[in-house]
Design a protein around this ligand. Structure first.
Ligand code: DAH
Length: 339
């Protein structure tokens, strides 16, 4: 009996060597592991052996059976048909991939930058953590002037009391950094993120974006500023859009103006968005104040310049027709996907 078990085991091992796919594995199963297979036959024979030999043969046979079954299970995994495991229905309609896109605010940035660079402006950047000197003093904000309160500033706790650090409230300090390092002529745009301690609402955020512009050369005039702004705005908003220049005040420009575009929603008739005026403000601009040039070491007798600043989210609202600025940053793809 022991010899029979040994022979069966040898035979089994020889079979294993020939197993190379699902079919040959099935042959192995049919030969050894089914009801009429070799192992069951040997178990049946166990009945006929003398009682005292039963434990020894029984043990050997059980070991062999266990070995055969485990080997079979392992081979089954090895030869499992992958397609059967994760059944793929090739007749199903495919899932199309999700196509990403630039955020609308980023798209506006790119478009504005390309219009201005076509007009000969270079692109420059400055730090988002600024100091009082660049953000206010050099821009002609007097220390006790209420204009400082126009921009609710996030100050940064720091070891110094003079020239405190802050999150820049506008991109205008980049003007200063450029003028301090580069002699005229200067023709630059300065895109970037700015921060103000504002209550968040449909019209304002505490963190938003601006593009600053600066042109400094000999005898730069307000007429040139106006022409540049109109050429830009017509390219950006279409040849039929209407603009107006409204006198305004900024410490760093004199004279100063704000540029309005006729309201995209009511087309000038007056609505909630334009607060009934028919106009929406898109930029501030003006002739660079002589004090600002002098603060940067540029002789205001010899040079003059113009500057402008656009709020990007405002432009993006006009462009997309979205009426609540918060939608831009709630990351709801159903909204962002549309642009
Ligand atoms: N810095 C101004 C602001 O954030 C915007 C601005 C107005 C920038 C007039 C300019 C300018 O360069 O000439 O409100």
């Amino acid at each position: 009996m022991l010899d029979k078990i040994k022979n069966a085991k040898n035979e089994f091992n020889n079979y294993i060597k020939q197993v190379k796919d699902k079919n040959t594995l099935e042959e192995l199963r049919l030969k050894f592991l089914v009801k009429k297979g070799t192992i069951q036959q040997l178990l049946d024979e166990l009945k006929n052996v003398p009682v005292e030999q039963k434990p020894l043969f029984g043990k050997e046979l059980n070991l062999f059976r266990k070995y055969a079954e485990e080997t079979f299970e392992n081979l089954k995994v090895q030869f499992a048909d992958k397609q059967e495991v994760n059944k793929i229905d090739i007749t199903l309609a495919g899932r199309t991939g999700y196509k990403g896109a630039f955020h609308p605010v980023r798209q506006i940035f790119s478009e504005m930058i390309s219009i201005f660079t076509d007009m000969g402006f270079e692109v420059a950047e400055g730090p988002q953590i600024e100091d009082e000197f660049h953000n206010f003093d050099a821009l002609n904000f007097q220390s006790d002037h209420p204009a400082r309160d126009m921009q609710d500033t996030f100050f940064i706790k720091s070891y110094r009391d003079d020239n405190k650090l802050l999150l820049r409230t506008h991109t205008s300090p980049v003007q200063i950094r450029i003028m301090q390092t580069k002699p005229p002529p200067i023709r630059c745009i300065m895109p970037g993120r700015v921060y103000r301690n504002e209550a968040i609402s449909a019209r304002s955020l505490a963190e938003f974006h601006q593009i600053e512009g600066l042109y400094v050369d000999r005898s730069v005039s307000f007429a040139e500023l106006k022409a540049t702004m109109i050429v830009f705005a017509k390219k950006m908003y279409g040849a039929n859009s209407e603009f107006r220049f409204r006198p305004s005040y900024f410490p760093f420009t004199e004279p100063s103006a704000e540029i309005d575009i006729s309201c995209f929603l009511c087309k000038g008739a007056g609505c909630k968005i334009c607060k009934g005026t028919g106009w929406l403000e898109i930029a501030g601009c003006g002739i660079v104040h002589p004090n600002v040039l002098n603060n940067c070491g540029i002789d205001s007798e010899e040079y003059s310049g113009y500057a402008f600043g656009f709020g990007i989210e405002r432009v993006a609202l006009l462009r997309t027709g979205i009426t609540d600025i918060r939608y831009f940053y709630e990351n709801d793809v159903r909204i962002l996907q549309q642009f």
